[in-house]
Design a protein around this ligand. Structure first.
Ligand SMILES: *Cc1c(COP(=O)(O)O)cnc(C)c1O
Length: 406
């Protein structure tokens, strides 16, 4: 109990405890705006290529001071040794999988994952003879029984998109270690709330596009892991990040770092608002899914492993029965300025979309049905509304108008 309490502020504390100044004593680190760097001696250039000149910059696809600052802060948040930022979340995911896997290898992945990740594993990786087995990640027996001598990676999202299933990272890490695999966790839905490295994950990925940047003005990604793995990714000879080129721009790294400063405050507000709405809609008899509700299948797992001060997150789903009703409700809520009909998440404004026809449309209809992704499902990313009760009453009016609620 005591230990749990001591852990709860850690992700934000670790970021807070970093101290860096700009070149001229600025309170923000200076933005470096160069694609290439001079060397005083030719010998140092050679050493840098060989990876032996710590602190020397070579060329900005490799890394930049601004990108290192952001990487350092995100590594602090995730309690990993190091991190490498990328131009998008997909840039992070694809680089990690291609670094770990080669031809004839296999991945075991949760079947309820981000549509782009699913499409990459299902349609792209087979071109390189890398196969993926999609499993119900909450069924630990089926995860373990899917492992063969070809398996290299177990892949999951800590809280899944869009169904909000909760992965038991601790248990998955146990299985992964037992079979000498790498456990890769996409923590995009729950930054600060869940710390997968502390639970035994090997690599943590985020789409910075979502909660972490939080202003829907850029895409970005990050890979958090051991110093050795991050060095491997940046290796000039065989590193996926260096050679595939998913490099973040320095100007963007600097702006994301500034947004990261308020993440802990935003996460609390997102969670508080989502919790309020989920409880109110559940009381109204609506089919609502929120991992903070005691009847949610992943509630107990989250409860034992999350950093409680940040709550259960800002994502919620509502099943209103049919796609027509879902579409009508989303259009009406947008008209009433309660949020935007848009994909993505983690914005100040509530965002909603019907995953079956948008972000998860890469998943075939039969498979959507099998995993419980119904037609009438609306995915909400709850915003930072100051008066959430006012929002709730307005949303309720919309539902009454459309006869979703009596
Ligand atoms: C958005 C998202 C991604 C992809 O990130 P991009 O920044 O759009 O490339 C990956 N995983 C999850 C869970 C996401 O929500």
């Amino acid at each position: 109990m005591q230990k749990h309490k001591m852990q709860k502020h850690k992700p934000a504390d670790r970021i807070q405890d970093l101290q860096y100044f700009g070149e001229f004593g600025g309170v923000n680190p200076s933005i470096t705006d160069s694609s290439t760097y001079t060397f005083l001696s030719a010998k140092t250039m050679f050493d840098t290529f060989e990876g032996n000149a710590d602190g020397c910059y070579l060329y900005s696809r490799h890394t930049t001071p601004s990108n290192l600052y952001l990487g350092q802060a995100l590594a602090a948040m995730e309690n990993s040794e190091a991190a490498n930022v990328t131009a998008s979340g997909m840039g992070a995911i694809t680089s990690v999988l291609l670094q770990f896997c080669q031809s004839e290898d296999e991945i075991i992945s949760s079947r309820t994952i981000y549509g782009g990740t699913y499409a990459f594993m299902k349609n792209f990786l087979p071109k390189l003879k890398i196969q993926t087995k999609f499993v119900d990640i909450t069924n630990l027996e089926s995860v373990e029984s899917s492992i063969t001598e070809k398996t290299k990676v177990i892949y999951c999202e800590s809280v899944s998109n869009p169904l909000l299933e909760v992965a038991d990272i601790q248990a998955l890490a146990g299985i992964s270690q037992k079979h000498n695999l790498k456990l890769v966790v996409d923590n995009t839905f729950t930054p600060m709330i869940i710390s997968p490295i502390n639970l035994g994950a090997d690599v943590v990925i985020h789409s910075l596009t979502k909660f972490i940047n939080g202003s829907s003005d850029t895409v970005g990604g990050v890979i958090c892991g051991t110093q050795e793995f991050i060095d491997d990714l940046r290796n000039v000879n065989d590193g996926a990040c260096m050679l595939l080129g998913p490099t973040m721009d320095s100007l963007r790294a600097a702006s994301i770092l500034k947004n990261l400063r308020t993440l802990h405050i935003r996460m609390k507000q997102h969670s508080q608002n989502a919790d309020f709405l989920a409880r109110a809609f559940a009381k109204d008899g609506l089919k609502v899914v929120y991992p903070g509700l005691e009847n949610h299948s992943g509630y107990q797992i989250l409860k034992k492993s999350y950093n409680s001060v940040y709550g259960f997150g800002g994502m919620m789903t509502l099943d209103v029965g049919s796609l027509d009703k879902a579409n009508a409700l989303m259009e009406l809520m947008q008209q009433e300025n309660l949020g935007y009909l848009a994909v993505s998440l983690g914005f100040y404004k509530t965002l909603f979309s019907a995953p079956g026809t948008s972000t998860s449309s890469e998943i075939p209809i039969e498979e959507q049905e099998e995993m419980g992704l119904t037609d009438g499902l609306i995915r909400f990313s709850i915003g930072l509304d100051d008066d959430i009760e006012r929002t709730y009453l307005k949303m309720k009016d919309c539902m009454k108008k459309l006869e979703i609620l009596k």
